[in-house]
Design a protein around this ligand. Structure first.
Ligand code: BGP
Length: 476
């Protein structure tokens, strides 16, 4: 093969809570993203107890895609998108999360949105849960620490699979489900699973329990999808940051292997339908008693995913240390800086070769089709006096990654379905809540303090990406 397949899915990716706004429109309920204030690089977003007047919640209005989606999709079509990855805000469909009946206004919004995409031949690729679960499920049930959430999620999944089965073929269940491997900080457990920890609580087993319920919910959703329409394709979504050993010392290598085990076992469960032995042994060593039933095991075995969606922004590095004789990985302590790569302004290590490595790693392990559903460069863009944005750094980043992706396909034989760079239009950063951490091909006139006209304008990268799609990345 000389390059990417003819029907390669070029597109862009976003998530509902980061661009829609309209947080109280059409009967929408409050999501976990609605109670997170704006932070900055090195300043964590505050998770407040409900919405507190006077605080800055950037997701409430975001970039107002809720009202402007027609114009935005027109721009995506102009770039030549074959697909568009977004999520369905669970709170538009089930505002509280535990209702028996869905909210028709929310369902209608996504009908209209998907129709608008299809009008241009753009295929929607949909994530069911992307950091925006109903906040009510946190306050009333404790988030995913509660088994009841399986039922609520599967109901939500069933409703949207049924409604959109003829408009949406490709789905993913939980966005970056493995972020919560970093359970020592507050962001990932809250955004992944609606977990708020009690002071002094042993966080780790709570995270494993929540992740287990999500994996069961995901597997049951896969089963439901197949019953509704066997043509639907359901994937998982993993945040891939391959973890390198800092040196070739054998203990560093083992440390890196353990780190990979601890961050990527989620994929084993999604793809193989069972827990890897190393993790069960770890639970036993740590004395974790988790609620995993025979019925759960059966559900996992019967609900394996059809493909692996993953995000790739950076690689990590780790090292063995004398105070960690078991070489256990703790993401808040075990990462070290890689001296061989550059970093973004937000400290993310830039490593295009790591994408080729990741594609091969997934392919070697699982032999399932792969879909790169996020990749991109968050940067501070400067608008020139004539309104243009010369984001050559973004073009360089994306081109370097696409070149490596091509090697993985052409030279290594990896089965890659598509590529949807993150934040194809500027939106609210998930990690920091900032607007100034921009990823888009389309500039949005909005600032961190909420000021701006919300006007959209193409950056230099817009026509560059248009050309990449047009030529199927033939001339990079
Ligand atoms: C991933 C998330 C996205 C997204 C992206 C960039 O973790 O799936 O929602 O935002 O990373 O991260 P950030 O917005 O923090 O720059």
């Amino acid at each position: 093969m000389s390059g990417f397949k003819a029907n390669f899915m070029w597109g862009g990716a976003v998530a509902a809570h980061q661009l829609e706004g309209g947080w109280q429109e059409g009967g929408k309920g409050v999501s976990v993203a609605d109670v997170m204030t704006a932070g900055a690089h090195g300043v964590a977003r505050e998770i407040t107890d409900g919405v507190i007047a006077g605080k800055n919640y950037p997701n409430h209005d975001a970039i107002d895609f809720y009202h402007r989606y027609k114009d935005d999709i027109k721009l995506f079509a102009e770039m030549g998108f074959k697909c568009f990855r977004t999520s369905i805000a669970w709170t538009r469909i089930f505002p509280l999360g535990d209702e028996a009946q869905p909210n028709e206004a929310g369902l209608q919004f996504y009908d209209d949105l998907f129709d608008e995409c299809l009008k241009y031949g753009i295929e929607p690729v949909i994530t069911l849960s992307h950091f925006e679960m109903p906040y009510h499920l946190v306050t009333e049930y404790g988030g995913w620490r509660n088994r009841k959430l399986i039922e609520f999620f599967v109901r939500f999944a069933g409703v949207v699979f049924t409604r959109y089965q003829h408009k949406v073929k490709y789905w993913m269940t939980f966005n970056e489900i493995n972020n919560q491997a970093n359970y020592h900080e507050d962001f990932a457990p809250f955004t992944n699973s609606g977990l708020k920890y009690q002071p002094g609580e042993d966080r780790e087993p709570v995270m494993y329990q929540a992740a287990h319920y999500e994996l069961v919910a995901s597997a049951l959703a896969v089963k439901v999808a197949r019953e509704i329409n066997p043509a639907l394709q359901i994937g998982c979504m993993i945040a891939m940051c391959p973890i390198y050993p800092l040196t070739c010392a054998p203990d560093d290598m083992m440390m890196a292997m353990n780190a990979m085990h601890r961050r990527y076992w989620f994929t084993d469960v999604h793809v193989r339908g069972k827990y890897p032995r190393h993790l069960l042994n770890y639970f036993a060593r740590r004395g974790f008693k988790l609620d995993i039933t025979e019925e759960d095991r059966q559900a996992l075995a019967e609900g394996c995913v059809d493909y692996i969606g993953f995000s790739y922004y950076m690689s990590f590095a780790t090292q063995a240390t004398a105070d960690n004789p078991e070489l256990d990985y703790d993401e808040s302590k075990s990462l070290v800086s890689n001296p061989y790569v550059q970093k973004s302004d937000w400290g993310w290590q830039i490593d295009p070769v790591g994408l080729r490595y990741s594609l091969n790693w997934f392919w070697d392990h699982y032999q399932l089709p792969l879909f790169i559903v996020e990749n991109g460069f968050g940067a501070i863009d400067v608008r020139e006096s004539d309104g243009t944005v010369n984001d050559q750094y973004r073009i360089d980043y994306l081109a370097a990654h696409i070149r490596e992706m091509k090697k993985a396909v052409v030279e290594d034989g990896v089965d890659l379905m598509g590529y949807t760079p993150w934040g194809c239009i500027d939106l609210v950063s998930a990690g920091t809540g900032e607007m100034k951490k921009r990823y888009g091909f389309i500039y949005v006139d909005k600032n961190n303090d909420g000021s701006g006209t919300l006007a959209r304008s193409p950056k230099k990268s817009f026509s560059w990406y248009q050309n990449v799609i047009q030529t199927n990345a033939e001339y990079l």
